[in-house]
Design a protein around this ligand. Structure first.
Ligand SMILES: [Zn+2]
Length: 188
């Protein structure tokens, strides 16, 4: 896993990068929650489920199918009755937040890979480039020198690119808005 901080930072950066009135702090909080939910599968390790099994760590809960089902459930339960476009936008945001978890895990240098295509294909995958130091599973193991190195690695490879992507998207949107205001459709 990458640390919960980094998963949440990516979710928040994605939400704040988009100029949308649908994404208030409540939705951003839910997006951050989506981004850490896949790691609830570590409970299975204490229940005797092996790491490499379908329900093992980085298994089904880290898949694209899970991300789609979780996002759809969230929108159906909390946003039923909103107009279709708003529900689709929220689904997309929650899906990306949940799915981003597996992508970050696949960039780490430890553990097994991520079962992106589970349950159809349970092969574990890593990205070709894996610069992020893998985060320890237990919280107690986090508060030592290795934990500091993990956070430093995530700051360079996750927080910084997220911040840059956020700023670039915001600037592009602002320029787009300025252009739209400056050149309204010509009067008839
Ligand atoms: Zn994970």
């Amino acid at each position: 896993m990458a640390s919960a901080f980094s998963h949440a930072i990516v979710a928040l950066a994605m939400g704040k990068a988009v100029h949308s009135k649908q994404l208030s702090w409540r939705e951003l909080f839910l997006g951050a929650l989506c981004s850490v939910v896949p790691d609830f599968d570590v409970a299975g390790l204490y229940l005797g489920i092996q790491y490499g099994e379908v329900w093992g760590h980085r298994g089904l809960t880290h898949s694209i199918v899970f991300a789609a089902l979780f996002a759809a459930s969230l929108v159906t339960l909390w946003y039923r009755g909103k107009d279709r476009a708003a529900m689709m936008g929220l689904f997309l945001y929650f899906f990306l937040c949940t799915a981003s978890h597996g992508v970050l895990d696949a960039m780490t240098n430890g553990g097994l890979g991520v079962a992106f295509f589970s349950p159809f294909d349970t092969t574990r995958y890593f990205l070709p480039v894996r610069p992020v130091l893998v985060s320890p599973i237990g919280i107690s193991e986090f508060f030592n020198e290795y934990g500091v190195r993990v956070l430093a690695s995530e700051a360079i490879w996750i927080w910084l690119p997220s911040g840059v992507a956020f700023l670039v998207l915001r600037v592009v949107q602002r320029l787009w808005l300025v252009k739209s205001v400056a050149s309204p459709s010509s009067p008839s």
